[in-house]
Design a binder for this molecule. Structure first.
Ligand SMILES: [Zn+2]
Length: 423
């Protein structure tokens, strides 16, 4: 950028060292700035305990363009690091800038385009930038942007198009990054599963109050009285005719994204835990779940992971909810034929169940079921000594259920047979 030429423009402003040029969140500003002399730093949470310095900029760099071209509110605070002179471009002199400074404005376009390409490349977002640019700009030659002799309105429009594209792609990148942080590393971007949606007579809707944000929400649940059991797996997964109930196990509040199992969801939460609502707000922004009767497997995965994240924030005994959620994740990954994640979820479930065994206060029956589940998971993960240890506990459980005593005894026999065959 030819700074000597830019200096001829009259709209300059001077800032002293440590003077704030723009404030994060300001909605009134309508200017962008090009640094002519000095340097500035860009901050989030300026002068707060969690202050972060994002970057430092030097002569030739520009900032504030999103506010000028898209009327967007400021998203960071910019502070002069030393006595600094900037060129101010606002709605009054923008056309003058494009007309008198074709070189600087072309440089502005080239820099914005370069940023677009970098965000796209670093985020692995799209094959090319066409989803982010209007159709009429598809053939535009961005490598040799030249604004000399061009109508300033046209140049203005080009910059505006680039700012819009940058805004769109940044939103996608932020969402993708947040989703990547939300799910474990090996969780795929999309899963699909081949199941029929249940007949409407198997479901009912009811109003419920979210215990965290206190909004009234509608939830869809299976009608317990209409469910016909087909079979129960050894780890207590129950299959019903015409409906996959795992899809309806978790309720996510569409307002705040607090999530828990349906039979625990309405339980009141201690006031001091409710303050943690700020910890789950970002999840609402990235996931935007609003589950109705039709459930998508990817939303079900998100709901289960939300339970795992919410449990330690809102409950003193998080491990029971977490172990139930991991066990369901194990089932669903298995249904989706993702063996790696299925095994991972099973290990997590076992880890949480062992923790629950140590810590949770359970009825004799619940304790017996817990021991069988630990036994079954250990067996599947080939940890035979642990499997035997917990199945023996379940078999000798006083006050438990006869059916579960038999189940534990049967499994112990299987293990003995297996050991005899030496496999
Ligand atoms: Zn809520």
């Amino acid at each position: 950028m030819n700074l000597a030429l830019l200096s001829k423009m009259s709209s300059r402003k001077e800032f002293a060292k440590d003077e704030v040029i723009i404030w994060d969140g300001d909605i009134m500003g309508n200017e962008m700035y090009i640094i002519l002399q000095g340097s500035v730093s860009v901050y989030k949470n300026y002068k707060e305990p969690n202050e972060i310095r994002l970057r430092t900029m030097h002569p030739g760099a520009f900032f504030g363009e999103m506010t000028l071209f898209l009327h967007k509110q400021r998203t960071a605070t910019v502070v002069a690091l030393e006595p600094t002179i900037v060129l101010v471009i606002n709605r009054m002199n923008a056309y003058e800038f494009f007309e008198q400074q074709p070189e600087a404005s072309a440089k502005l376009a080239a820099t914005l385009y370069e940023r677009l390409e970098n965000v796209n490349k670093n985020g692995g977002i799209a094959d090319d930038l066409s989803p982010f640019l209007p159709k009429e700009y598809e053939k535009y030659d961005w490598s040799t942007v030249n604004f000399a002799g061009k109508n300033p309105e046209e140049s203005y429009k080009v910059i505006q198009v680039l700012c819009e594209a940058l805004d769109k792609i940044n939103n996608v990148a932020v969402r993708q990054k947040a989703l990547a942080d939300f799910f474990p590393a090996w969780h795929k971007k999309m899963y699909s599963i081949n199941i029929e949606p249940p007949k409407s007579e198997l479901l009912y809707e009811k109003w419920q109050k979210c215990p965290i944000c206190e909004q009234e929400i509608t939830v869809t649940l299976p009608k317990q009285s209409k469910l016909k059991t087909l079979r129960v797996d050894r780890d207590f997964r129950t299959h019903y005719e015409g409906i996959e109930v795992v899809f309806y196990d978790v309720i996510t509040c569409p307002e705040c994204h607090y999530s828990d199992f349906w039979n625990k969801f309405p339980n009141s939460v201690l006031q001091r835990f409710r303050e943690n609502i700020r910890e789950i707000r970002p999840y609402k922004e990235v996931l935007g779940l609003n589950p109705g009767a039709e459930k998508d497997i990817n939303d079900v995965f998100a709901g289960l992971y939300l339970v795992i994240k919410c449990a330690p924030l809102f409950s003193r005994e998080p491990y029971m909810a977490q172990s139930r959620a991991w066990l369901r994740l194990h089932w669903l990954y298995e249904d989706c034929k993702d063996a790696t994640m299925s095994k991972f979820a099973m290990q997590q479930a076992l880890h949480c169940y062992l923790f629950a065994y140590e810590k949770a206060e359970l009825s004799a029956e619940a304790l017996q079921q817990l021991c069988i589940t630990i036994g079954e998971l250990s067996f599947k993960l080939n940890d035979i000594p642990t499997a035997k240890q917990f199945l023996l506990k379940a078999r000798s459980n006083k006050g438990g259920k006869d059916a579960m005593v038999r189940q534990a005894a049967d499994r112990l026999m299987d293990i003995r047979e297996m050991e005899k065959r030496g496999s």
